[in-house]
Design a binder for this molecule. Structure first.
Ligand SMILES: Cc1cc2nc3c(=O)[nH]c(=O)nc-3n(C[C@H](O)[C@H](O)[C@H](O)COP(=O)(O)OP(=O)(O)OC[C@H]3O[C@@H](n4cnc5c(N)ncnc54)[C@H](O)[C@@H]3O)c2cc1C
Length: 476
């Protein structure tokens, strides 16, 4: 190979970037990075404005990191994925590239796009090489004895650990600095049309791999040892908040795993509880990426458990809007939604509570909630979002059984006992004591009315019973 285009997508970093590293080491006449802006496709995928803004801000940082290595970064527009191939072909010809390198993505549309690009570029004598990057272990490397994809997490994890032990987990260094190519990098757009109006303060999520690595280091130094105890408490900074960085590939799962292994004396399945619990969450992330490949229907708005398509969900726009605006009258649900709208991120325990509330208490189609999350999350990722929603709705792989419905008020008392999280996001309830804040009294005391906080839009006990009955009737 003489010169390669390295097509960057959700791998916005120079360290441990397999496509970039291998291209730089294989090509005598250097490499150039290319990034395609695809607003039409991003709209179809419901990508949130704050997420697109995060990608763009990371591109600016990446451009600077690449320039230190004399690697130019070219930005082009391919409005939709079907325009990617002609744009890449034209760039390859213009810059004298005989190879295209990229890291694989696993959603259906992304895989189709990559197949078309590969086939057409190879037909033009351009070599195409792709690499495992979004996950530590490639989908297909972790299979059951019958050579099928796992449907349940625990056996997946057992096998994943065995394969990871065999293959080893090693992050790659940044590629070497190359001779200048004389190709100018493109300016990075300030914003992408159709994705303005972020609704959040971008300062909450600083861009760049240097920042992501610092975030990882801080988590390792200060919090991972207590992770198993603090991870369910939304008022505490108990988790890594690395999900936006992992979703955009500003940091890799190998870098995360390597750091946790270092603290755990290289052991994947024994040792300290904090690192083990955290590594297990990274394996959940892997599981859902593998599910995308093993069961592509989940990328196409289909339930994993196909029989659950018989369920007839409620269609109550007013209640759905109350949920979307954080006005359900259940403080933990409302505070969670407001955290999402204000920060672009929601704590995992709260994602489960709000998703279960929508799909069980309000008995609404999980796809509506999945879409709303995607439209607002800075870490929105089809595999994890779909997996989390289908888990909560009892329609997914290894999902919560339909009769086990989280009680939002009990969850609130358990995980936010002094209401610190509620107070942060629902200042109108601040004056209430630690007991009352989880379920403020309505009439005749009139506390909710006085504070301008709505009454519960549904009675949890009655709604739970109805949801269980409807599941039982639909599934037999
Ligand atoms: C309904 C629902 C929707 C979700 N949507 C998304 C999404 O769009 N994008 C996303 O990255 N995660 C999603 N999750 C998973 C999880 O809530 C977030 O990954 C986590 O809250 C991110 O916070 P953190 O980085 O501090 O995680 P940590 O607790 O520090 O965990 C480390 C990393 O492991 C991964 N991870 C942690 N928990 C899970 C999990 N349950 N499933 C899959 N991966 C996990 C994430 O990449 C995370 O950054 C969803 C969960 C639910 C229940």
């Amino acid at each position: 190979m003489t010169r390669a285009l390295v097509w960057l997508r959700r791998d916005l970093r120079v360290a441990d970037n397999p496509a970039l590293y291998h291209a730089a080491n294989a090509c005598k006449q250097g490499v150039l990075g290319v990034y395609l802006i695809s607003p039409g496709q991003w709209k179809d995928h419901d990508d949130a404005p704050c997420k697109i803004d995060f990608w763009i801000r990371n591109l600016s940082k990446l451009k600077r990191e690449l320039e230190k290595l004399n690697i130019p970064l070219v930005i082009a527009t391919a409005h939709r994925f079907d325009q990617a191939e002609p744009v890449l072909s034209a760039l390859a010809i213009r810059h004298g590239c005989d190879a295209l390198y990229f890291n694989r993505e696993y959603e259906v549309n992304e895989r189709r796009r990559d197949e078309v690009v590969t086939e057409r570029l190879e037909a033009k004598d351009i070599t195409v090489r792709s690499f495992t990057d979004r996950v530590v272990l490639e989908p297909g490397d972790v299979l059951t004895k019958a050579n099928s994809y796992y449907r349940v997490f625990t056996p997946f994890k057992r096998r994943w650990l065995a394969v990871a032990e065999e293959q080893g987990v090693e992050a790659l260094p940044a590629p070497p600095r190359q001779e200048r190519l004389g190709i100018e990098s493109s300016p990075i757009p300030k914003a992408v049309e159709g994705f303005t109006g972020l609704g959040i303060d971008p300062g909450l999520w600083p861009a760049g791999e240097v920042h992501a690595e610092e975030r990882l280091d801080r988590f390792m130094a200060e919090r991972i040892d207590r992770y198993h105890m603090d991870r369910d408490r939304p008022a505490i900074d108990g988790t890594s908040t690395l999900s936006p960085y992992l979703a955009a590939g500003v940091i890799s799962p190998r870098q995360c795993l390597e750091a946790a292994l270092e603290l755990n004396r290289g052991r994947l399945d024994s040792g300290k509880e904090g690192p083990l619990a955290w590594m297990s969450e990274l394996i959940w992330r892997e599981f859902y990426q593998h599910v995308l490949v093993g069961f592509p229907r989940v990328s196409m708005h289909q339930p994993f458990r196909e029989e659950t398509d018989r369920i007839i969900w409620n269609d109550d726009e007013e209640r759905f809007q109350a949920w979307c605006r954080g006005r359900t009258g259940y403080p933990i649900v409302d505070a969670a939604i407001r955290q999402l709208l204000r920060t672009g991120w929601m704590h995992n325990r709260l994602r489960m509570i709000t998703a279960m509330f929508l799909t069980k208490d309000l008995f609404m189609d999980w796809r509506r909630g999945e879409r709303f999350f995607m439209q607002n999350l800075i870490d929105g990722d089809l595999g994890s979002n779909n997996g989390g929603w289908q888990w909560s709705a009892s329609t997914g792989t290894d999902a919560a059984p339909y009769f086990r419905v989280l009680n939002p008020t009990r969850q609130s008392r358990k995980w936010d006992p002094d209401g610190a999280f509620l107070r942060r996001h629902l200042p109108e309830l601040d004056e209430l004591d630690d007991e009352v804040i989880h379920d403020p009294p309505g009439l005749p005391t009139g506390v909710r009315e006085r504070l301008g906080y709505p009454g519960p839009i549904v009675d949890h006990a009655a709604a739970r019973k109805l949801a269980v009955d409807r599941f039982r009737d639909a599934l037999g």
